[in-house]
Design a protein around this ligand. Structure first.
Ligand code: ATP
Ligand code: MG
Ligand code: FE
Length: 342
């Protein structure tokens, strides 16, 4: 099936043309980062307006780059949630228009499900697998038994990993979004220079907590102002090491508890070089099959939305024109799709 997929859940307006949920013919991402950077974070109202301006342009570009006409598109998949309501509505409305105008089926997709399955655009992974979703809004560990069959094993009790990177970056004077900047600075720093806490590491749960770590960074820089200056590489490396150690060890515990030795790491924070390294080391030492998508597929994009989109349409699940944006939409609820629910 030749699908057009749309994504507008946060600050990227994206469109992609994907064949059979596996082959990316084009993937266009218009980022609003430079606009929001001025405000130090995403401003929802501005995001919606920018999605409106960009959506038809990215769709046209995606079709053009794929070398296909709109008449050849057989279905439309769109991010239905979770995300910013006003931002989601732009993609949802555009997708409904395309579906209605072309008389082709429409399917609403969960953004996090897209992140978890993005790896299928590069390589197949056998079920079941353990998935760690680390992004701007999520730090979740899932057991994945098939497409649409997710069980939450643990999640953050406060900030998401990406949120922690962005907040810490802000408090040490780096521009939004700070994850990439911290990653870059950390490359030339000593990860053992500052002993930051490893929150919830030994609590026996699969949950995460990052807000205490952020406070620890704040306390450290108020006592040692030079840490934001000449010591910034060590600070970035030490903070990143703390986040990566907790993410890796909790994931390792979930794998040990379930006996499932296949792991997918997904979402924007999966671009982090320290996390990719620590997961690779853990996997190699423990005989775990690790799959992490290329960075462009870890960050928000529309191609990943086509993977579940294609699966659901082929399975006979289709959304109606009453499709509504779902700002909050836990993955565990997706199983209802197989019993005729939404
Ligand atoms: P969600 O997917 O939970 O709805 P989102 O879509 O806003 O949230 P993503 O776009 O998937 O989040 O990921 C963005 C996050 O990833 C930001 O917090 C950003 O700082 C972080 N990030 C991106 N690259 C890196 C990196 N190299 N190191 C650390 N964090 C990174
Ligand atoms: Mg984003
Ligand atoms: Fe995302």
């Amino acid at each position: 099936m030749l699908l057009l997929a749309l994504e507008s859940s946060c600050d990227e307006t994206a469109a992609a043309v994907v064949r059979d949920g596996r082959t990316v013919l084009s993937s266009v991402v218009a980022s609003q980062i430079s606009t929001h950077a001025e405000y130090g974070g995403v401003v929802p109202e501005i995001a919606s307006r920018q999605h409106l301006e960009a959506v038809s342009i990215v769709v046209e570009q995606a079709l053009q780059e794929a070398g296909v006409g709109i008449a050849e598109i057989e279905g439309v998949a769109v991010t239905q949630g979770p995300g910013l309501a006003g931002a989601l509505l732009v993609g949802v409305s555009a997708a409904k228009g395309l579906s209605f105008g072309r008389q082709i089926p429409l399917v609403g997709v969960n953004h996090i499900e897209g992140h978890l399955l993005a790896v299928f655009l590069e390589r197949p992974v056998e079920f079941p697998f353990i998935a760690l979703a680390v992004s701007g809004g999520h730090s979740h560990l899932y057991r994945v038994d098939g497409i649409g069959r997710y069980t939450t094993l643990g999640q953050t009790v406060d900030d998401a990993a990406g949120e922690a990177f962005d907040k810490v970056a802000k408090l040490i004077g780096l521009p939004y979004p700070g994850g990439v900047a911290i990653d870059r600075l950390a490359a030339d720093g000593d990860p053992q220079a500052i002993k930051f806490p490893r929150p919830l590491l030994h609590d026996g749960s699969f949950n995460f907590s990052f807000s205490g770590l952020k406070t620890a960074v704040l306390t450290h820089v108020s006592k040692h102002p030079e840490a934001k200056g000449e010591g910034i590489n060590d600070l970035a490396a030490s903070f990143q090491a703390a986040v990566c150690e907790v993410l890796t060890k909790k994931t390792a515990a979930a794998i040990a508890a379930t006996g499932i030795k296949r792991l997918v790491v997904a979402g924007g924070v999966a671009c982090n070089s320290g996390l990719r390294r620590s997961m690779a080391e853990y996997a190699a030492a423990n005989g775990v099959e690790l799959s992490i998508p290329s960075p462009s597929l870890c960050a928000d994009n529309a191609a990943m939305i086509a993977v579940p989109g294609d699966f659901y349409l082929n399975a006979g699940y289709q959304s109606g024109f009453d499709l509504d944006a779902l700002p909050v939409w836990p993955l565990d609820k997706l199983a209802a799709r197989f019993t005729g629910g939404k």
